[in-house]
Design a protein around this ligand. Structure first.
Ligand SMILES: Cc1ncc(COP(=O)(O)O)c(C=O)c1O
Length: 218
C-alpha cells in the first residue's frame, strides 16, 4: 500500500488502516507500506499515521518504506529507509536485497541527516508553497469543462479526472498540447492523468495555460 496515496493524494484514516490490518490478518499477508510522501501533508487538519503504529500486531507484519528524497528533493542522493520491526522478516529482507539494492553512500547519509536535523523551516516553507499550488490547481482545473480534481490532502501530485473530455487518450491529448503528464493507465485508469506540481509557480501556470487552451479548443 502507499500512504499517503500515490496518485490520489489522500491520507489514510485510522479506520482504513485497521481495515487493512484485518484484511492482512485474514489472508496472512505482509503489509509493505510505502510512506515516502508522509512529510508532505498539505491538509493541516490531517496527520500521517504510519501503518505500523496502529498496534503491535500491525508492526509485526509490516515493512515501512520512507526516504528524505521527495521531502527534501534529494532523490539523487539515495538514502531510503526500510523499517522492519519483526526480526525474521528483517533478516529475509536483508538477504533478498543483497546484490540488488545498493547501500547508502556517505554523502547521501550526510545529506539525509542534515535534512532531517536542520530542514524543518525549509520544509514548512515548501509546504506553504505547495498549498498555494494546490489551491491554484483546484480552482483552475475544476473551472475547465470536462476536468475534475478532488481535494488533494497530501503529496505534490494532482490526479485529474478527464472522463468528461471528448478524447480517448487524455495523456496523448495533453502531450500534443505541450504538457507532459503521467498517463493514468500507469496507475490503472486511462481516463486520468497525474500532474506533478513539485515545480515553480511559473512552470505550473504555463502548464495550466497550455491545458486550458487545448481544452477550450475542443
Ligand atoms: C510512492 C513512491 N515510493 C517510492 C519511490 C522511490 O523513491 P526513492 O527511490 O527515492 O526511494 C517513489 C519515487 O518516485 C514514489 O513515488
Amino acid at each position: 500500500m502507499c500512504n499517503p496515496l500515490n496518485p490520489g493524494g489522500t491520507v489514510y484514516r485510522k479506520e482504513e488502516l485497521e481495515a487493512t490490518l484485518a484484511f492482512a490478518e485474514k489472508h496472512n499477508l505482509l503489509v509493505c507500506s510505502d510512506e515516502i510522501h508522509c512529510d508532505l501533508i498539505l491538509d493541516e487538519a490531517l496527520t500521517h499515521i504510519p501503518f505500523a503504529s496502529i498496534n503491535e500486531r500491525a508492526a509485526q507484519r509490516s515493512v515501512t518504506l520512507m526516504a528524505p528524497s521527495k521531502t527534501f528533493n534529494i532523490a539523487g542522493l539515495g538514502a531510503s529507509i526500510a523499517i522492519i520491526p519483526n526480526p525474521k522478516i528483517r533478516q529475509r529482507f536483508i538477504k533478498v536485497k543483497r546484490g540488488i539494492v545498493p547501500g547508502v553512500s556517505l554523502l547521501a547519509f550526510t545529506a539525509a541527516e542534515a535534512a532531517y536535523e536542520h530542514g524543518q523551516d525549509w520544509l514548512d516553507a515548501q509546504l506553504d508553497y505547495l498549498r498555494g499550488h494546490r489551491d491554484y490547481l483546484m480552482r483552475e482545473i475544476n473551472a475547465l469543462p470536462g476536468l475534475k480534481l478532488e481535494k488533494i490532502e497530501a503529496t505534490y501530485l494532482a490526479w485529474i479526472d478527464c472522463s468528461g473530455l471528448p478524447v480517448d487518450n487524455p495523456h496523448r491529448f495533453f502531450e500534443q498540447a505541450g504538457v507532459g503528464l503521467s498517463p493514468g493507465i500507469d496507475f490503472g485508469n486511462r481516463q486520468f492523468v497525474r500532474l506533478n506540481f513539485g515545480c515553480t509557480r511559473k512552470t505550473l501556470e504555463e502548464a495550466v495555460a497550455r491545458m486550458k487552451a487545448a481544452v477550450l479548443l475542443l
